[in-house]
Write a new protein. Structure first.
Length: 293
């Protein structure tokens, strides 16, 4: 199930897409004081707050272990009015924290956030300000968040092997778990295939979950690789309701820890999307389900 105010986290990450300022001076007046676990902290600053560039700084150092690259960070946050200081939406009192995968995907898309989190001690508080954008019409944003935890995420599926099904693409795994897909002779399936190669023992994936996966994708027509998290060097996370239907329908109902072979006819992939390199292609994926929430 989606967590309370889950839309706040994607918004936070989108705001860090530009590198922004690394100087703490613009936010030097910000003070964050804890009021206890699962309680919104007290945030004080000289209002109105105004900074020319996106600025993300660590306000307080936590006393926990330092977060390392490749871990998943758990954060709790509060959105504040930079003019008045009034607190708005927050996740400090939510049942569970929000997660950020601190990996190569974050580094490529949100380097400022990546750099702030790597090496930060658990318990650290951060302040982040983004000025208004006239082009997009967005107002200035001021967010305070706390790094409440970090954990290691598996790099490959760990479930029990399932016997392969005749007639489907075959999969061989390298020592590190990276799959190679071999396409069989004959016509491609005309219906969606979602065949487990390994059955996990984790939570059942829901159709509106956010999943963390490793995957490898090839074209059924010639076996060429068109997309692969393995080749990029890190897992990736996304909402199952934000991807092609083959992924939504193929992964929902499976368990975390599973490895799934998906054969996606065009109607369940990119169909007749004019100009798309995968137009009218049947696609084959091997997906390792590492987390779901």
């Amino acid at each position: 199930m989606r967590k309370v105010l889950a839309l706040l986290l994607p918004a936070l990450l989108l705001l860090t897409a530009c590198s922004g300022s690394s100087s703490s001076e613009p936010l030097s007046s910000v003070k964050v004081s804890s009021n206890g676990e699962n309680t919104v902290p007290t945030v004080e600053f000289d209002a109105p707050l105004s900074v020319d560039e996106p600025t993300l700084v660590r306000v307080n150092d936590g006393d926990g272990e330092e977060l390392t690259e490749g871990q998943t960070a758990s954060v709790r946050l509060v959105v504040l009015d930079p003019e008045s200081g009034e607190a708005g939406q927050e996740t400090y009192t939510a049942e569970t924290a929000e997660d950020i995968a601190v990996d190569e995907t974050l580094k490529q898309g949100n380097e400022q956030m990546y750099s702030a989190l790597v090496g930060a001690p658990i318990g650290s508080d951060f302040a982040y300000y983004v000025p208004a954008n006239e082009t997009s019409g967005s107002a200035a944003q001021f967010i305070v968040f706390t790094l409440s935890g970090a954990r290691d995420v598996p790099t490959r599926a760990w479930g029990t092997d399932v016997a392969p099904v005749d007639g489907l693409p075959t999969v061989t795994l390298a020592e590190d778990g990276k799959p190679t897909i071999t396409i069989p002779e004959g016509e491609a399936p005309t219906e969606l295939v979602a065949q487990e190669l390994k059955t996990g023992d984790g939570a059942v994936v829901e159709a509106d979950d956010t999943v963390t996966v490793q995957y490898h994708g090839v074209k059924y027509s010639d076996g060429t690789v068109f997309d692969s998290s393995w080749e990029r060097g890190s897992s990736t996370s996304f909402g199952l309701d934000q991807v092609i239907s083959a992924w939504t329908d193929g992964l929902a109902g499976k368990k975390v820890g599973s490895q799934v072979l998906i054969v996606a006819p065009p109607a369940t992939a990119y169909g007749a999307s004019e100009g798309n390199e995968l137009q009218n292609e049947t696609l084959v994926f091997v997906v390792d389900i590492l987390e779901a929430k």
